[in-house]
Design a protein around this ligand. Sequence first.
Ligand SMILES: [Mn+2]
Length: 357
Amino acid sequence: MKMSFRWYGEGNDSVSLAQIKQIPGVEEIVWALHDKQPGEVWEISEIEAVKKQLDKYGFGMSVVESVNVHDDIKTGGGNRDKYIENYRQTLRNLAKFGVKVVCYNFMPVFDWTRTDLFHPLPDGSTALFYEKSKIKQDPSEMADYILNTTKGYTMPGWEPERLAHLKELFELYKPVSKEQLWDNLKYFLEQIMPVCHECDIKMAIHPDDPPWDIFGLPRLITDEAAVGRFLSMVDDPYNCLTLCSGSLGASEANNIPEIVKKYCSRIAFAHIRNVKHYPGGDFSEVSHRDCDGDVGIIDIIRAYHDGGFDGYIRPDHGRHIWDEKCRPGYGLYDRALGIMYILGVWDTLEKLSGGNK
Ligand SMILES: [Mn+2]
């Protein structure tokens, strides 16, 4: 297991690399070029600039989150082959800098979805929250809320340039059934797998967040059966998962420790996040501590440990604590606490199993 921390880049993150360096155990920065639009090639010089920043602190850059997939690829539009070729070129360029895992998602229109980014928790902190009844309303209201609340920060999947055309985006996806979306995902992966082999880069899909259809848009990676279908559809060791315990764990029906046990060898990147369920499908993000939420954090870490997981791991969203000024979910303090919790469990398991660390 290699511990990592997501960082949005110089001038685009409230957290500095110097601060991250002081969190015990972090070896890798999970990064991206956040000013690139989906479909654009990531140029060598742009990647090199990030490498120089990370080198100063001795951080690796093995994991990219995310190289976003153009809507033409998701919808099977006329220009998809052009954008797939751009994606392949981006992979080749990333490989030159030692990138081993590329996280991406295949969600239509919206990336992750929440209805409140500052939901108060009983301890006085705030966290991201999802209220199911609010999702029935006009999607543009939710988009406006998220874009206004996160002003000044880039939010992956919430590019204002894209969402300015929300109506057109919904039109674009209207004729795309769930089965067609599966077909388009398969086509995309089959086209890029040879390049992944050549470059030794694993493609790691992030599950849909939340893991159910929203606003009438189909969602694919939602439960254990869907994960199984995805992995066998393109049965290739480079076709992998970003197993996000918080995304899949938003559904009470998903048993995350069981999914980790079953598919451990195909998980390239682990997101560890805890979620508390409320009646009716509402959920709140909470601290990483096992008993604060419902996903079974200790059993999840144990499943990775006992499965011999040697991929990359990171704490996912944190709460807002101690009045930190930061991008919602991506402050320093609570994610650092999360890392210490994950490492505490991991190191204990190592010691109990007679490991060296
Ligand atoms: Mn995640």
